[in-house]
Write a protein that binds this ligand. Structure first.
Ligand code: ATP
Ligand code: MG
Length: 238
């Protein structure tokens, strides 16, 4: 356990490498406050998915300290990791849906794991899948869906139980601008309800349309950029 504070994630001197290869990220220092919203950018191969995988506790760093929900993950056992993961919603870059199950059953999964009443599950899942414009495909096996449809199922599954932390890896990469805007609205609403959000994206349009700080990976390091309008506001307030 690290000292209690309001940061959902803290990283210090974190390095990531695969096998015996060179570090792909070095000396990462990062604090994500509870309730914050950040974009994560960097060119293809910069390490966005790798950094997110540390945040959703899929791997440990090759060096350095990470705490998630105030638990130092270097000293957290498998059961504790599993219980922390239940507070994290993840939209994987490659979706990772259960292909032989319907869209409905994929989205219902986190609620069933939590033991929710089946009637309540039906109501919530139907409402959310309708909102992401998949009402006509609720019973379809996800293996038969288009890329953009799969992406929306993956997003619905990640947000259905209002996670404390939402990590989304290129969540609008397969949809048109109108649907992308709608999905961003979903993330913004979730954030207003208290969810801390990190979204990896290559979309300049999305970054420009929403005034959130940007974590940018470059040359194995992490740089933070604040949107121009916020710095103007801060300048006025000084
Ligand atoms: N499981 C792995 N084993 C070995 N190398 C890996 C593994 N996963 C990622 N890498 C390497 O780490 C580097 C960063 O990859 P990562 O997927 O994190 O980048 P990214 O910023 O998400 O890229 P993209 O924008 O293309 O999704 C790449 O050079 C990649 O080849
Ligand atoms: Mg990636």
């Amino acid at each position: 356990m690290s000292d209690q504070n309001n940061n959902i994630i803290e990283m210090n001197n974190v390095g990531i490498r695969y096998d015996q290869g060179p570090e792909i990220l070095s000396d990462i220092k990062l604090s994500l406050a509870q309730g914050s919203f950040h974009f994560l950018t960097g060119q293809s191969g910069a390490g966005k998915t790798s950094l997110l995988s540390l945040m959703y506790l899929a791997q440990k760093p090759s060096r350095g300290q990470i705490s998630v929900f105030n638990h130092n993950i270097n000293f957290t056992n498998r059961d504790q990791l599993a219980s922390l993961r239940r507070h994290i919603g993840v939209v994987f870059q490659d979706f990772r849906l259960i292909e032989h199950l319907s869209a409905f059953d994929n989205v219902a999964l986190p609620l069933r794991v939590s033991g929710m009443d089946e009637r309540e599950i039906r109501k919530r899942v139907t409402e959310l899948l309708t909102w992401v414009e998949l009402d006509a495909h609720m019973s379809d096996k996800t293996s038969t869906l288009s890329g953009g449809e799969k992406q929306r199922v993956a997003i619905a599954r990640a947000v259905i139980n209002r996670p404390d932390l939402l990590l989304a890896d290129e969540p609008t990469g397969n949809v048109d601008n109108i649907i992308a805007g709608k999905l961003m609205k979903l993330f913004v609403e979730l954030n207003k309800l208290g969810t801390t959000v990190v979204i990896a994206t290559h979309s300049d349009k999305i970054i420009n349309d929403f005034p959130y700080p940007r974590l940018h990976l470059q040359n194995r390091g992490l740089h933070i950029y604040y949107p121009a309008d916020t710095s103007v506001l801060r300048g006025i307030n000084v």
